[in-house]
Write a protein that binds this ligand. Structure first.
Ligand code: CTP
Ligand code: MG
Length: 231
C-alpha cells in the first residue's frame, strides 16, 4: 500500500481578532469562502484518505457551502479550544476506520494559501519519521522581549526561533494520546506539536513558505485578496 494520509481541519473558532460579522473561515476570498480554498489544498490529492472538518455545534454557514455534500468530507463537533476541536476530529477519523498508525495532517481552516509543494515536501520528509512534525518558518525579524510598560528588555537570539505553521503531521494514536494527556493536565496547547512536546517527543521542523499565513487580522485577508487578484 502506498503511504496515505487523513486531514483534520479545525474550523470551530469564532475569529475574534478579525472583528468580522462571521467566523473568518466563512469570509470571502477570490470568489469562495476561506474554508473552501483551504479544503481545495487537499481534496484532489492522490494520497488523501479523507477529511474531517470540526465545526461549531450551531454553525449556520457550513450547510450552505457546496462542499458540505462532498462524500470525502466528514464533520465533527468542535469544542471550546482548538485542541478540543482537533481531538473531536481525530475521534471521527477512528470511527471512519482510520488506524492508530495512520498519518494525520492537522491544518487550520483559516490557512488557505498552502502550496502543494509544501504539502508534498512535508509528507515526503516525515513519512518515515518516528515522531512527525510541522511546517514552520525561521524567524525573519530581530526579536525583542518586552518588559513592563512596553519597553525592550532584551534582544532574543533569532537563529533558534521558528514560527509554527500547519499542516502538522503526526500518527493518529500518538497525537490522540498526547492531546488527551495534555488537556487532562491543564497544559496550554496552541498546536499539535505542543501536545507531543508535553509527551516528551521532539517534532521535526520542516521549512515551508512564509506566505502560508493564517488569516488572523483584517490586514491578512486584505493581503491575500490583493495577491490572489493580481496572480
Ligand atoms: N479553532 C477551532 N476550535 C476552537 C478554536 C479555534 O477549531 N475552539 C480553529 C479555528 O477555526 C482556526 C484554527 O483553529 O481554523 C486556528 O485558530 P485561530 O486562528 O485562533 O482562530 P480563532 O480562534 O477562530 O480566532 P481568534 O483566536 O482570533 O478568536
Ligand atoms: Mg483562537
Amino acid at each position: 500500500m502506498p503511504p496515505s494520509f487523513w486531514v483534520v481541519i479545525p474550523a470551530a473558532g469564532v475569529g475574534s481578532r478579525m472583528r468580522a460579522d462571521r467566523p473568518k473561515q466563512y469570509l470571502g476570498l477570490a470568489g469562495k469562502t476561506i474554508i473552501e480554498h483551504t479544503l481545495d489544498c487537499f481534496l484532489d490529492h492522490p494520497d488523501l484518505n479523507g477529511i474531517v472538518v470540526s465545526l461549531a455545534t450551531r454553525d449556520p454557514y457550513w450547510a450552505g457551502l457546496r462542499c458540505a455534500s462532498d462524500a470525502r468530507i466528514h464533520r465533527a463537533d468542535g469544542g471550546a479550544e482548538r485542541a478540543d476541536s482537533v481531538l473531536a476530529g481525530l475521534r471521527c477519523l477512528s470511527q471512519l476506520g482510520a488506524k492508530d498508525e495512520d498519518w494525520v495532517l492537522v491544518h487550520d481552516a483559516a490557512r488557505p494559501n498552502l502550496a502543494r509543494e509544501d504539502l508534498d515536501n512535508l509528507f515526503a520528509q516525515l513519512v518515515n519519521d518516528p515522531v512527525g512534525g510541522l511546517l514552520a518558518v525561521p524567524a525573519r525579524d530581530t526579536l525583542k522581549r518586552a518588559g513592563p510598560e512596553g519597553r525592550v528588555e532584551e534582544t532574543v537570539d533569532r537563529s533558534v526561533i521558528w514560527q509554527a505553521f500547519t499542516p502538522q503531521m503526526f500518527r493518529l494514536g500518538v497525537l490522540s494520546d498526547a492531546l488527551v494527556g495534555a488537556l487532562a493536565n491543564g497544559v496550554a496547547i496552541t498546536d499539535e506539536a505542543s501536545a507531543l512536546e508535553w509527551a516528551g517527543q521532539s517534532p521535526r521542523l520542516i521549512e515551508g513558505r512564509a506566505d502560508n499565513i493564517k488569516v488572523t487580522r483584517p490586514e491578512d485577508l486584505e493581503w491575500l485578496a490583493q495577491r490572489w487578484n493580481t496572480q
